[in-house]
Design a protein around this ligand. Structure first.
Ligand code: COA
Length: 197
């Protein structure tokens, strides 16, 4: 049986394939590309919002120095075990999606975030679909992609569900988040599940 391409796959356009992963990827609405120093104003624009970092690591209040350190890490450093694409919509940098590899377990952790101005339009699901497809297609050793999500973060849990990730369990009081002990739900998708998606 020939599998019908789902509509988001039809829109994928890869640009600049000179590295292990395509540098730039176009989806129906987004451009996934490397960060650059000039993204600092767009980054500040949304990172100062308390809602944006409520369930994630970036500090609040967020300063320009935090943004500079973040971009230094993303632009200047080369990390062989990480791949991050920022998301551009209408020439504005509005978020990112990235992976950190755990080679021994043939797995990678996915992380994503988006400016609150653009929430609930399906944009992160669009970005994650193409990003996951790209890393599975370009790293044949990768077997499992997982996310650890604060159980209060219903929007992120919904994104994981829309990506067909399955909940594997909940780690209770797994870490301190902005002064509070929080539970993390673990979601994952296996290569064999992704290729038939
Ligand atoms: C999580 C995040 C990336 C989602 O991005 P997004 O582009 O809004 O995601 P989507 O639009 O693709 O999907 C969001 C889903 O959550 C649902 N949702 C959002 N808020 C909700 C709420 N309070 N209760 C129930 N569902 C909610 C939306 O309805 C949507 O589901 P639907 O398509 O079935 O209607 C965004 O909220 C974000 O950047 N948050 C801050 C950073 C973060 O938490 N990152 C994840 C760390 S694990």
């Amino acid at each position: 049986m020939i599998k019908q391409l789902t509509s988001w796959r039809l829109h994928i356009r890869y640009e600049d394939m000179t590295e292990a992963f395509p540098k730039r990827i176009r989806t129906e609405r987004l451009l996934l590309r490397p960060y650059r120093w000039g993204d600092i104003d767009d980054l500040m624009n949304y990172a100062v919002d308390e809602e944006w970092s409520r369930y994630t690591r970036p500090p609040f209040p967020y300063t320009r120095e935090n943004a500079r350190e973040f971009l230094a890490d993303r632009v200047a450093l080369s990390r062989p075990d990480q791949k991050v694409w920022c998301l551009e919509l209408n020439n504005q940098m509005i978020g990112d999606v990235g992976f950190a590899w755990h080679r021994q377990s043939l797995s990678a952790e996915i992380a994503y975030s988006l400016s609150s101005e653009f929430w609930n339009r399906g944009l992160m699901t669009e970005a994650c679909n193409v990003a996951i497809d790209t890393v599975f297609n370009n790293d044949e050793t990768l077997n499992r992609i997982y996310a650890a999500i604060d159980t209060r973060n219903v929007a992120s849990i919904r994104v994981a569900e829309k990506l067909d990730m399955k909940q594997e369990g909940v780690l209770r009081q797994n870490r301190m988040q902005k002064g509070q002990l929080v539970d993390d739900a673990w979601y994952a998708i296996l290569r064999e599940e992704w290729v038939t998606k």
